[in-house]
Write a protein that binds this ligand. Sequence first.
Ligand SMILES: CC(C)(COP(=O)(O)OP(=O)(O)OC[C@H]1O[C@@H](n2cnc3c(N)ncnc32)[C@H](O)[C@@H]1OP(=O)(O)O)[C@@H](O)C(=O)NCCC(=O)NCCS
Length: 159
Amino acid sequence: MTLSINIRPFRSGDVEPIKELTAQTFAGVSLEQNVENLLGLLEGHDWRWRKARHIDDDVARNPGGIFVAETEGRIVGYITTLVDKDAGRGRIPNLAVDPNFRGNGLGRRLIERALDYFRSVGLCYAMIETMEQNEIGRHLYPSCGFEEVARQVHYARKL
Ligand SMILES: CC(C)(COP(=O)(O)OP(=O)(O)OC[C@H]1O[C@@H](n2cnc3c(N)ncnc32)[C@H](O)[C@@H]1OP(=O)(O)O)[C@@H](O)C(=O)NCCC(=O)NCCS
């Protein structure tokens, strides 16, 4: 099914809605939440605050490579990208779709949009990662043509 959802380039006014969507959507699939589960609240900030800050980083690094999915003026998904032209590599650090709009191919469309963008700036390969606990990511990325190359283990401790 094709939804009447437009995918367009990021605008500066999108930062806050994207951060809100991030805070709403990453429960159960965020490294920041896993750390909080282990160590508790840190510096008075919860995992949602920490995760939303990743968007600030993405915007600072490559605003021209962020795309948002919008319907009736409401942002219901986004994808962020990083580009290393010398290495020929594109990376997708963050991707999210509003739970009310999932399961209709929007995540896949956002990934395809990012891959088209990578091709348009002359890159030759793309990378994306997901946590082992993220069942949807582990299904979606291989079905978008990505192949597993490595697994990484994250550790944390209190100081
Ligand atoms: C990952 C995410 C963006 C996908 O958005 P979406 O619009 O639902 O994506 P799509 O509809 O294109 O594809 C979802 C796929 O996962 C499948 N899926 C849904 N629930 C699943 C589950 N529990 N286990 C495995 N696969 C599942 C769907 O069937 C679909 O696959 P298909 O196209 O082969 O049928 C969305 O789930 C999300 O925002 N999750 C929270 C944030 C997140 O995990 N971001 C990625 C971090 S790596």
